[in-house]
Each structure stands twice: as structure tokens, then as C-alpha cells.
Design a protein around this ligand. Structure first.
Ligand SMILES: [Zn+2]
Length: 108
């Protein structure tokens, strides 16, 4: 069976429910870095306001306000779009350079 170890529980932000954090490991016995965390927010009221969020460089889940999470996501999307637009600019620049050197070769 897969290893599931409860790492902690505590009151939710409003105090009406609780947060349970579970550390999960694969079901084989040998040591592995493949560990993930599950976080449950057992509170209807807080589920509306908060969400569980794990950063890619830190597998430990965090409880964040939905509004903050949306804002983070919006900025991340903007960052990806910006990166993409720079990539496209580079591509356009490369094409223009190719065209320029070709025109240079075809000069009489
Ligand atoms: Zn709550």
C-alpha cells in the first residue's frame, strides 16, 4: 500500500473546520524522492475563500486566498504571454536578418 502519513492538522482560517496535511509516498519499499503532499481544507466556508496551492519548486501545499491565487495566476499568464511575444520577436528578427543577408548575396 502507498504510504500515507498524516503530517499535521490544524484549524482552518475561520476556525470552523480544519486543514489536514498528508505526506504521500509510492507503495514500493525502497527510498525515493517521489514524495507528494496532500492538503485538505475541510471547511465549506473556507473552501469558498481559500484554495490549496503548491509551488513547483516547493511541493508542500499552502493555503492561499482565492483572490491572491487568481492574481498570481493572472500574473503568471501575463509573464508567459510576454515571454511568448519576445520569442516571436526573436523569430521575426531572425527572418528579417535572413532576408537581409539573402538580399545582400543577390546584389549584382
Ligand atoms: Zn473555515
Amino acid at each position: 500500500m502507498a504510504g500515507r502519513e498524516e503530517m499535521g492538522r490544524g484549524p482552518c482560517p475561520c476556525g470552523g473546520g480544519e486543514i489536514v496535511v498528508t505526506r504521500c509516498t509510492p507503495d514500493h519499499g525502497w527510498p525515493s524522492n517521489n514524495v507528494w503532499w496532500e492538503c485538505e481544507l475541510n471547511c465549506e466556508r473556507c473552501q469558498k475563500e481559500f484554495t490549496i496551492f503548491s509551488e513547483s519548486d516547493d511541493p508542500r501545499p499552502k493555503v492561499v486566498r482565492r483572490t491572491d491565487f487568481e492574481e498570481h495566476k493572472r500574473r503568471e499568464d501575463a509573464w508567459h504571454l510576454k515571454r511568448q511575444s519576445i520569442m516571436e520577436t526573436d523569430r521575426v528578427t531572425a527572418v528579417i536578418q535572413q532576408l537581409a543577408s539573402r538580399l545582400e548575396q543577390e546584389k549584382p
